[in-house]
Unconditional design. Structure first.
Length: 209
């Protein structure tokens, strides 16, 4: 079964607390999404493989560490995942970026695909799939299905807020994908929204509510 890592860092908890407030402005909310995503990514990338590399400092040659292999790819689920990707790219600006477009059918609560574009070498990279909310789990499961159909196996899922129902569904569908969560909330309401949650992340990021 996959690992589920719930962040306990004080900075993450403090920033998520600000994001939950309905009075938090669009500008501040957007910035916090990127900041918290970067902090979660820091933890999610902790065990990436390293390789030795000989370099020259201004004084001498020495051996340093660098991330091994073809390195990293960030894949936001559109549209709300884009600002999480920004926070990750601040830390690893050379990472490649893929995009998956899904929207939730408001009647069935199931995801509908409308776009998927990945780097040509994505199958040999470490994929960090990002979406602010893991609610029913449908979008995350569908996105990982799309990735695996393209031969991509090294996947980690990162979100800001999760509901237990979504975590359970994702683990059952993809037990090989580790899940990194900023905060685990109580439950879903009858409309499939996380409680206490922070509202619709996409609407709050883009000011469209």
């Amino acid at each position: 079964m996959s690992k589920v890592i719930i962040m306990d860092h004080p900075l993450i908890q403090h920033k998520i607390g600000i994001m939950r407030k309905k009075t938090t402005s669009t500008k501040e909310f957007r910035a916090l999404v990127a900041e918290v995503a970067g902090l979660i990514y820091y933890e999610a990338s902790r065990d990436l493989p390293l390789a030795d590399k000989v370099i020259e400092t201004p004084l001498m040659k020495t051996t340093v560490k660098e991330i091994a292999g073809k390195k990293l790819c960030v894949v936001p689920i559109l549209r709300a995942g884009l600002h999480m990707a920004d926070g990750i790219l601040n830390l690893t600006p050379n990472a490649k970026v893929g995009h998956i477009g899904l929207y939730r059918d408001e009647e069935t609560l199931e995801p509908v695909e409308y776009f998927c574009k990945m780097p040509s070498d994505a199958a040999v990279r470490h994929i960090f799939l990002v979406d602010p909310m893991l609610a029913t789990g449908g979008s995350a499961v569908a996105a990982i299905d799309l990735l695996k159909k393209r031969g991509i196996e090294k996947i980690r899922f990162l979100c800001l807020i999760a509901a237990p129902e979504g975590v359970k569904r994702l683990q059952e569908a993809h037990p090989d994908v580790d899940i990194y969560i900023g905060a685990l909330d109580t439950k879903l309401n009858e409309h499939g929204y996380i409680l206490p949650g922070l509202g619709d992340a996409g609407d709050r990021i883009y000011g469209t509510k």
